[in-house]
Design a binder for this molecule. Structure first.
Ligand code: S3P
Length: 424
């Protein structure tokens, strides 16, 4: 359990670790490319370490050199057969993206995960990868999965049934190993790091966004700069907005347009947020984000925005608790399939505030404001729930406790030190 005391004021600047999604992809793309790649500002969270370890088991050499990460990649279909099962820990991105790469290798591999990941759906990747010719055995479409050697992986046309960057990326990684061109159609676009980092051809038609990938797009060694994680910045943004007389400058945060749903929504709610020192000519753009205390009002969250702020919905709910008007979340059933069933875990914690909350299959709503001075919340082993309710605790008059806060290590092991560094 960790006690977060009430914070009176925030006045400072903060440089956060690298974006988790971009970090996973930098490691995987580097490990695929034959030769040495370099990654600057890799995430220091457990999830990314998990990807690192799995890629080492597959024969890539990954080491730190002068504050940067160097990766000696293996080349086309050249990974080593791992001696043991690959443990994807708590990380859906590791399990699903790696499956795409492994579906195209000439050896058998097994992916396992922790208790939470072992309950999360894998049918969404098993189905398209099977269509591509992969032979995958699973535990009723959950982990562990066994990916059998596949000689004949082939291109497909695939319309994504769920807006999921993990599923899209898994197919893209498999598609990099096919002679023919794989065509992926996204009705509602999800985060676009994989297609951007691989410089894939994309198009739009009446069905949505189309992504094309084939063997021609197989990566070469490269240099990556990973901007700070907007999803990690989100907790500090809300804490600053809701703490009186406060400001915070967040340095070099990812400005990827497919990740801006949260900041754009907060701005519409009345948040004073400015982008400064915008760098647009990088593969992944970034900028400094200046935030000031603001009065917020709840507004409707558009269905098409949900994939672009999916990871920020827990902390957006905390903002909603202090904003004027009713908070309504709908069209967000995907939240039930994250590190915890986030609809249920958020609602359970919010009910501790003596607030009436209506839970539905795809969201929840409430119209009360916070009335208690302190409380005790559960992390449910989910890093984003832990950080969201840590922020709520710091906004309560007498602070609050978060049980199982150590799961924060999944994405941001330095959260507590960072809070101490910016608050008075
Ligand atoms: C991620 C995609 C999202 C997100 C997850 C990271 C990624 O999941 O929730 O934290 O890096 O591709 P889905 O693609 O399953 O929506």
């Amino acid at each position: 359990m960790y006690f977060f005391k009430h914070i009176n004021k925030i006045e400072n600047e903060l440089a956060l670790p690298g974006d988790k999604s971009i970090s996973h992809r930098s490691l995987m793309i580097s490990a695929m490319a034959e030769g040495e790649s370099e990654i600057n500002n890799l995430s220091n969270g457990e999830d990314v370490k998990t990807t690192w370890k799995c890629l080492e088991q597959l024969g890539a050499a990954i080491f730190e050199d002068n504050g940067k990460i160097k990766v000696k990649g293996k080349g086309f279909k050249n990974f080593d057969k791992p001696k043991d099962a690959l443990f994807a820990g708590n990380s859906g991105t590791t399990a699903r993206l790696l499956s795409g790469i492994l579906a195209a290798q000439n050896f058998q591999s097994i992916i396992t995960g922790d208790e939470s990941l072992s309950q999360r759906p894998m049918k969404r990747i098993i189905e398209p990868l099977t269509q591509m010719g992969s032979n995958i055995e699973s535990n009723d479409f959950k982990l562990p999965i066994k990916i059998n050697p596949s000689k004949n992986i082939k291109a497909i046309n695939y319309t994504l049934p769920v807006a999921s960057a993990q599923v899209k990326s898994s197919i893209i990684f498999a598609g990099l190993h096919c002679e023919g061109e794989t065509k992926i159609i996204e009705k509602i676009p999800s985060r676009n790091h994989t297609e951007k980092m691989l410089n894939l051809k994309t198009d739009k038609n009446e069905e949505g966004k189309i992504i094309f990938v084939s063997k021609k797009d197989y990566p070469n060694p490269s240099k990556f700069f990973v901007p700070s994680d907007i999803s990690t910045a989100a907790y500090f943004i809300v804490l600053t907005l809701l703490t009186p007389n406060s400001y915070l400058l967040l340095k070099k945060v990812s400005l990827n347009d497919s990740r801006l749903g949260f900041v754009n929504h907060l701005k519409k709610m009345g948040a004073k947020i400015k982008f400064e020192n915008v760098i647009n000519n990088a593969a992944e753009p970034y900028c400094d984000i200046f935030v000031e205390s603001s009065e917020l009002k709840n507004i409707q969250i558009d269905k098409s925005d949900i994939p672009n702020l999916i990871d920020e919905l827990p902390i957006l709910t905390i903002a909603g608790l202090f904003a004027k008007g009713e908070f309504i979340l709908e069209n967000a059933e995907e939240l039930r399939y994250k590190e915890s069933d986030r609809i249920n875990t958020i609602v359970t914690n919010i009910r501790k505030l003596n607030i009436e909350v209506e839970e539905k299959s795809d969201g929840f709503s409430f119209h009360d404001n916070v009335k208690v001075d302190t409380s005790e919340f559960e992390s449910f082993g989910d890093h984003r729930i832990a950080m969201s309710f840590a922020v709520l605790s710091m906004l309560l008059k007498n602070g609050g406790n978060v049980n199982g806060f150590e799961c924060v290590n999944i994405s941001n092991p330095d959260f507590i030190e960072q809070v101490k560094g910016i608050s008075c």
